[in-house]
Every structure is written in structure tokens, then in C-alpha cells.
Design a protein around this ligand. Structure first.
Ligand SMILES: [Zn+2]
Length: 224
């Protein structure tokens, strides 16, 4: 009787073992199927994003075309649409939108975006010299306008957007202009302080730069 029971128990254990192995195999194949599907889905999302970006860049080009042909209103509409659709604003768009804003007689907005381009590209960017010229014109018009107190429509300012700093992802710190030193001019002579925002080379990461222009970058050192 005991022997019979033992034999039965052994059979039962073997059966359980088989079922467990089968279950493990099933789970394994479900898992690998799931992983394959996820990879495909990720690839699909990547392709969709690339296609969306390419379409936006084409739209941006058409905006430049309209601007160059004097249809500033149409260009403005296109640039605004791109601004509100991209995840982070391409640096060339800061130049185009700044220049077109001049033509739209939105001088403060023009100065703001051209400044952004100059901050991002320094004096060596493709449009740096033009950006400096357009900014000077916008500043002159802005001063005239200020004296006449003209009513203006709500302007679109760059601090509300996330700016793409380009492939290096680095920007010369606008707080110290890359010197890593801030000079406070006082009655008893100048005071020199280490810039609390950038690294020793006077450089900010793109993330830090975007925070700084919104006044949200925390100083690294306690500078008093
Ligand atoms: Zn700095």
C-alpha cells in the first residue's frame, strides 16, 4: 500500500514538473513575441517622428520662401505654426522668425528672437552678421515706437519656447558672455565674481541655457 502510494506520488510530481516546464516555455515565447512587437512599435514611432520633423522642415523652408518674396504675413503664419509644433526650436528658425518679425513691425519680438540666434551662434553662424544688422534696425524702430506709445498686439517671445542649441548642445553663457566672471562696477572700484551659472569654460548645456533664459537656472555657487 505504501509502495503504491509512493509510485503514485512520483508520477504526480513528474506530471507537475512537465506542466511547469511547458508553462515556462509558453511564457518565454510570449515574452519574446512581446519584445519583438515592442521593437517594431518603437521603430514605427521613430519613423513617424522623423517623417513629422521632415514635414516641419519643409514647412519652415516654405516660410522662408514666402518671406524672401515679401509675403511676410503668410511667412509669419507658417513660422508660428512650426514654433508651436516642434519639440525644440531649430536655431535657424530663431533668425528667420526674428527677421520676419521686423517686417511685421513687431520690433520687440524681432530683437528677442535675433538675440537668441546671436546667443546661440555667436559671430560665426551662417546668419550672424545679418542677425546683428536686423537687430540694430529693430532696436532703432523699437525706440521710435516707444516714443510714440503705439498700441501693440501681443508679441510671441522666445523664452516661452524650448530652443534647440544645435549638435554640440552647448551655448556660451549669456550671463558672463563666456568669461566665467561677472564684473560689478561699484563706487569703490570693480568687484569680480565667478559666474554662478556656467562651467569654467564659460559654457552652458542646452538644458541650462533654456532654464537660464526663463530665470529658472539655480546658481551653482553661493555668490554673495
Ligand atoms: Zn557664465
Amino acid at each position: 500500500m505504501t509502495t503504491l502510494f509512493c509510485l503514485r506520488e512520483e508520477k504526480f510530481t513528474k506530471r507537475i514538473g512537465c506542466v511547469m516546464i511547458l508553462l515556462c516555455c509558453m511564457l518565454g515565447s510570449i515574452h519574446s513575441l512581446y519584445a519583438q512587437d515592442k521593437e517594431k512599435a518603437d521603430e514605427y514611432v521613430r519613423q513617424q517622428e522623423q517623417a513629422k520633423k521632415a514635414a516641419l522642415m519643409r514647412e519652415l523652408d516654405s516660410g522662408v520662401y514666402y518671406m524672401d518674396n515679401g509675403d511676410y504675413k503668410r511667412a509669419d503664419k507658417i513660422f508660428r505654426h512650426v514654433l508651436n509644433t516642434v519639440k525644440s526650436v531649430p536655431s535657424d528658425l530663431t533668425y528667420y522668425f526674428g527677421k520676419n518679425s521686423f517686417y511685421m513691425q513687431q520690433y520687440k519680438q524681432s530683437i528677442d528672437w535675433l538675440n537668441k540666434y546671436i546667443q546661440l551662434k555667436g559671430t560665426n553662424g551662417q546668419y550672424s552678421q545679418d542677425a546683428i544688422l536686423w537687430k540694430q534696425r529693430a532696436e532703432a524702430e523699437f525706440l521710435k515706437e516707444k516714443s510714440t506709445q503705439a498700441e501693440k498686439v501681443q508679441e510671441v517671445l522666445s523664452m516661452d519656447y524650448n530652443i534647440d542649441c544645435g549638435p554640440t548642445g552647448k551655448v556660451v553663457c549669456p550671463a558672463c558672455k563666456g568669461d566665467h566672471v561677472i564684473i560689478h562696477r561699484g563706487a569703490f572700484g570693480n568687484e569680480y565674481k565667478t559666474c554662478p551659472y556656467c562651467n569654467e569654460q564659460g559654457i552652458l548645456t542646452c538644458e541650462e541655457y533654456n532654464l537660464l533664459i526663463r530665470g529658472k537656472l539655480q546658481p551653482k555657487t553661493a555668490n554673495r
